[in-house]
Design a protein around this ligand. Structure first.
Ligand code: CAP
Ligand code: MG
Ligand code: MG
Ligand code: MG
Length: 477
């Protein structure tokens, strides 16, 4: 068994400058902490490879340079812990390295940037990250949260029931709005554009917004209930993105009735943070299309769903898709998806390696912390006093869910404080979208009344048909 001392003795002088296995107190507030799963490339041992990763992701490069200064060396990231059995390395990043002014893309450029392409590693995955309170106060965190949406919709103590309009693409703006109307009149709360929805010639953006407004007004007057639509504002450039946001805001939607959806991976973190900073009064909805290339459990190179979700909360999105823990159609496990969901919803939560308390105050007073933590996911204190901590970010749960699976997801989630958006789960219903929405509402009612769904379906025909269809239908294969 290789001994740590042998590994330390194998380091060259440059590598030694990026390792300190006796770092006195990594949690002292100076460092952002990371845990990576790391398998070295063919020529290096794990500690050598880890030190090269720490160098490349902070101040260094592949050779020691003569231009280093005593100060620059204090900005070196440091490997401070290693687990040889599990191939895990802990790296501390002086967070003064990062662009001032609360910039997320800058941090990610360091800790999941060049290093993912290094020859010195054959596997490198960022599994968890820890932010010290002194760092958190530099970042926005969410402004408009799920609690604001609950207040607007007057919906408490159950998930927000949503859908994605399907087919994913190809409807005209009028047809699109019809589907929204049917879902809202069927009892649904929330409709989102699908992740590629933009300005297509067969569904011009302006017309889509206009028709959705008409459909929403009609549905609100028919049902007497408030409704929300999440518009995808991702675009080729910021001006177009802002144009789309302003178009929506000037189309007569009342505050609270619309959200801005951003394809955060493909549009990028600058777009995410621009939306958060320009529109603090709007629910910012992070769709994570493309995340699989980094997060899939079988991918050796990338980062975890938890890491993505934590940075989304730090950036200040109101909600991000966190997966269905394998209940739906996408790859995912409770260990991945539920840890991520809890990690962004609660004030204090266990990660894969770090317990994160989202407080901005060093040595946060215990009583307040207990108060907020007790009130698990509502953080009453933080709604007004966000100087104390980073507000909650809402898990958005989608991907192949249907009314039949709602309870099994809630059971694994352990709470109802999330938005669920079911596309096929609603629009594949044999009797169409309105029936699909009714089935979803009925499945939720059955859960809330603690009645077995089959039992409840006996006098709820839409649910009964949904159960029959989804129990028999094979996933679209
Ligand atoms: C779901 C969805 C979502 C995925 C994203 C789709 O449709 O609209 O984009 O859920 O996955 O396009 O597949 P269905 P995740 O409800 O019809 O499956 O939420 O895991 O990021
Ligand atoms: Mg470089
Ligand atoms: Mg989609
Ligand atoms: Mg589906």
């Amino acid at each position: 068994m290789v001994q740590i001392n042998d590994l330390i003795n194998s380091l060259n002088s440059k590598q030694q400058a990026y390792v300190n296995l006796e770092l006195p107190n990594p949690h002292n507030g100076e460092y952002l902490l990371c845990v990576f799963h790391l398998v070295s490339g063919d020529k290096l041992n794990i500690l050598q490879a880890a030190s090269e990763v720490a160098a490349e992701s902070s101040t260094g490069t592949n050779f020691k340079v003569n231009t280093e200064t005593p100060f620059s060396q204090t900005m070196n990231a440091l490997v401070y812990k290693i687990d040889l059995d599990q191939n895990l390395v802990w790296i501390a990043y002086p967070w003064r390295l990062f662009d001032r002014g609360g910039n997320i893309q800058n941090i990610l450029t360091y800790i999941v940037g060049n290093i993912l392409g290094m020859k010195e590693v054959s596997a490198l995955k960022l599994l968890d990250v820890w932010f010290p309170p002194s760092m958190l106060e530099q970042y926005d965190g969410p402004s408009y949260t799920l609690d604001h949406m609950r207040e607007y919709l007057d919906v408490y103590d159950r998930p927000i029931l949503g859908t994605i309009v399907k087919p994913k693409m190809g409807l005209t703006s009028a047809e699109y709005a019809e589907v929204c109307y049917d879902f809202w009149v069927g009892g649904g709360d929330f409709v989102k554009n699908d992740e590629p929805q933009a300005n297509q010639d067969f569904c011009p953006y302006e017309k889509m917004v206009e028709h959705v407004k008409e459909a929403m007004d009609k549905a609100v007057s028919v049902t007497g209930k408030k409704k929300v639509h999440s518009f995808n504002v991702s675009a080729a450039d910021f001006d177009t993105m802002v144009y789309r946001c302003e178009l929506i805001r000037n189309a007569g939607f009342e505050p609270g009735s619309y959200a801005f959806l951003i394809d955060g991976i493909t549009a990028g973190w600058m777009a995410v943070q621009t939306l958060r900073r320009k529109y603090p009064d709007v629910f910012i909805h992070f769709h994570r299309a493309g995340h699989g290339s980094f997060t899939r459990p079988e991918n050796p190179i990338g980062f975890s769903v938890l890491v993505l979700s934590k940075f989304a909360r730090l950036a200040g999105v109101s909600g991000i898709h966190t997966g269905t823990a394998g209940v739906g159609k996408m790859k995912g496990t409770p260990e991945d998806d539920i840890v991520a969901a809890h990690g962004i919803l609660y004030f204090k939560s266990e990660g894969h390696f770090f317990e994160q308390t989202w407080t901005k105050i060093m040595g946060f007073d215990k009583d307040t912390e207990d108060l907020i933590t007790e009130d698990r996911s509502h953080h009453r204190i933080l709604v007004d006093d966000s100087w104390r901590g980073i507000k909650k970010c809402c898990p958005i749960v989608s991907g192949g869910l249907n009314p039949v699976r709602l309870k099994s997801f809630i059971d694994v989630m352990g709470n109802v404080d999330f938005i669920t958006t079911m596309g096929s789960g609603v629009h594949s219903h044999p009797d169409g979208t309105q029936a699909g929405a009714k089935a979803l509402v009925q499945a939720c009612d059955a859960y809330l009344q603690n009645i077995d769904i089959e039992e409840y379906a006996k006098d709820h025909p839409e649910l009964s048909k949904s159960i029959e269809y989804f129990s028999k239908a094979k996933e679209g294969i």
